[in-house]
Design a protein around this ligand. Structure first.
Ligand code: F6R
Length: 622
């Protein structure tokens, strides 16, 4: 939700800031803005509504904004509609019209996060004569910094520290003070921010892809810390204004991983990245035919002690939990609950000290998942985070981290991170069962060898994409789609349905196949598309029967079955197949045709696949 960038160096800042923002556009894309400072001159602000290209055009790709220091923002509106006035940067003084131009104020800033007590702070500032021009919480925080700056002997550190004590909520904040040319100040709580240095220059960003091209050496500024950024240097401070030392971390992702690499969209590139994402994640813990979770911090002795598992996540990551509940319970006989993080955090859950809470998150920044993790920790429960982004808040706060090795995921709709999360948790499930002795050594070996076949089988599905492309073009005009399945197939249906609706805007629902008759079947009419997922041998006939019930009411049936189940063609109008695999791991294969279907339907409808409307990739507000 919103992306921020900053640059302090010797090159022109605006083109670097625009380039960084282009890598963060997935975080929000309803407006964007820059503030750039040329030497001692006041900062100049330019804002534009809509996609980043509007800002790039307005600034002549940054050339119209001279200066080597600057901050930038791409917005996902929270407080106030998407407009030029509400777009960032915001200023501490008055502002007329669109808010672009030379800054006549002491403080100019950009912000990612939510200031929860902004109304109360706004009233306080109004009593002190501040006049507000926008509806944003960011303008409040910028003016509050200005207020404390003027009150406390004109030192940015005191003004920022005092502001951090007064505001409630989350923020990754970047500020420039007119009196302090040559410096950018940043502060952070619960919103992502990284700071990189290279060749006597310093970069700030919400996420790694924005600065990967320039540096791999990054600092992860901690919660409730602020920092002074100058070219090539960063000084970190705590809330008391005392300097603290942080060590930089080396980023391993390669720069090409954050580029489209010749594909039309990031989403299709990331679908094709899946064999590698899954393979890398598996091989990070499978050595010499055995699963070794010691690097994840889970020894077999610790696994043996686990009494139950609660998996907490949002969106697609929650769907991973839904699939894994079947796998873990069946392989290990350990009870599993799967919870939406936004529900879990507010329902006073009953937690047993011997249980393991697993939080699943690609970004590692999802606000609800982060709070769910904190809640579990507050209860003294051991936590494991399955996270893709190294150094993210969730990764830093969890007791143990299992990193998925999917590389940067840019498309808003997740694909490769989802698949890597499944792979990571399969290894957890198999090792948990092995440690608890719920299956024989020979089964253990078989499960591992089946896991190792997933990457090649995903590649095989991808080779056969033309039929799905054809099917997608035929059904791109549909208004309603239903996905049905039982067990793991139900979990896959949830993900297939989300992929469909989030990028193609076609209404779609996923149902446990046996549940359809309890109300939803009344929505089936002539030509309604029903996609049945049929990878679970024991449930196959039951789901086929449910599909046929829909057909009798006019539905057009698409079956997603495993090779060999060709009799399904007697019932379905269209069938797509995936290779056979131990059924516990079938979600990894079944999801791929559904990702392709969602993608090709969105493309056929001419939609912006990588940046669907109203969404942002990293949901840092609750
Ligand atoms: C859907 C999608 C979202 C995310 C959800 C959680 O395609 O990407 O549903 O899965 O917002 O995000 P993370 O995994 O970053 O916590």
């Amino acid at each position: 939700m919103c992306g921020i960038v900053g640059f302090a160096g010797h090159h022109q800042a605006a083109p670097i800031l625009l380039d960084g923002l282009s890598k963060l556009e997935y975080r929000g894309y309803d407006s964007a803005g820059l503030a750039v400072r040329d030497g001692e001159n006041p900062a100049e602000v330019v804002k534009a509504v809509g996609r980043l290209k509007n800002l790039a055009e307005k600034t002549d790709e940054g050339k119209a904004l001279p200066g080597c220091f600057g901050i930038g923002h791409t917005r996902w509106a929270t407080h106030g509609e998407p407009s030029r006035t509400n777009a960032h940067p915001h200023v501490s003084g008055n502002c007329t019209g669109s808010g672009s131009g030379k800054v006549e104020s002491e403080v100019v800033g950009v912000h990612n996060g939510i200031i929860e007590n902004y109304k109360e702070l706004k009233e306080k500032l109004e009593r002190h004569g501040y006049v507000f021009y926008s509806e944003t919480d960011t303008e409040v925080v910028v003016k509050l910094v200005d207020y404390y700056y003027k009150k406390y002997i004109h030192t940015p550190i005191d003004a920022i520290a005092k502001t951090m004590v007064r505001v409630r909520g989350s923020y990754a904040l970047e500020l420039m003070f007119n009196d302090h040319p040559g410096e950018i100040w940043v502060a952070r709580k619960d919103s992502p921010m990284i700071i990189g240095t290279a060749d006597n220059e310093t970069y700030v960003a919400s996420d790694v892809p924005a600065i990967l091209k320039y540096t791999r050496s990054v600092y992860y500024i901690d919660n409730l810390q602020c920092a002074k950024i100058t070219p090539g240097e960063v000084h970190f401070y705590d809330l008391n204004g005392d300097e603290v030392t942080l060590e930089p971390t080396e980023i391993k992702w390669d720069a090409e991983a954050a580029e489209k690499g010749g594909y039309e969209h990031f989403m299709i590139k990331e679908i094709y990245d899946q064999p590698k994402a899954v393979g890398d994640t598996l091989t990070s813990v499978i050595h010499d035919g055995k699963i070794d979770l010691s690097e994840v911090g889970l020894s077999d002795d610790e696994l043996k002690e686990i009494s139950s598992v609660t998996m907490v996540a949002c969106g697609s990551a929650w769907h991973v939990g839904m699939a894994l509940q079947y796998v873990i319970e069946d392989l290990t006989r350990v009870p599993v609950r799967v919870e939406l993080a936004s529900e879990f955090r507010y329902r006073n859950p009953i937690l047993d000290p011997k249980q393991l809470v697993i939080v699943i998150s690609q970004s590692g920044e999802t606000a609800d998942t982060l709070e769910a993790l904190r809640l579990a920790k507050k209860h003294g429960i051991k936590t494991l985070a399955v996270v893709n982004v190294v150094g993210s808040s969730i990764a830093r706060e969890a007791d143990n981290v299992f990193y998925t090795l999917a590389g940067p995921e840019i498309a808003v709709a997740t694909t490769k991170a989802y698949s890597a999360q499944l792979a990571a948790l399969y290894t957890f499930a198999v090792q948990l069962g092995f440690a608890k002795g719920t299956f024989a050594q020979s089964d253990y070996e078989r499960y591992i060898s089946e896991l190792n076949t997933i990457p090649a089988k995903i590649s095989k599905i991808l080779e056969d994409k033309e039929r799905l492309q054809w099917f997608a073009s035929k059904f791109a005009h549909k208004h309603d789609v239903f996905f049905i399945g039982r067990g793991i197939d139900y979990a896959v249906s949830l993900e297939g349905s989300l992929k469909m609706k989030e990028i193609s805007y076609i209404h779609s629902e996923a149902y446990a196949a046996g549940e359809l008759k309890h109300g939803t079947i009344s929505l089936i009419e002539d030509g309604t598309l029903v996609i049945g997922v049929l990878t679970q041998n024991e449930l196959y006939e039951k789901t086929v029967s449910n599909m046929v019930e829909c057909k009798s009411r006019g539905a057009y049936l698409c079956g997603l079955a495993t090779y060999g189940k060709y009799e399904v063609e007697d019932h379905c109008n269209f069938v797509t197949y995936v290779p056979t695999i131990d059924t516990h791991f079938a979600a990894s294969l079944a999801v791929v045709p559904l990702q392709l279907l969602g993608y090709y339907i969105a493309v056929a409808r001419g939609l912006d696949v990588d940046k669907p409307r109203n969404l942002a990739k990293s949901v840092t507000v609750e």
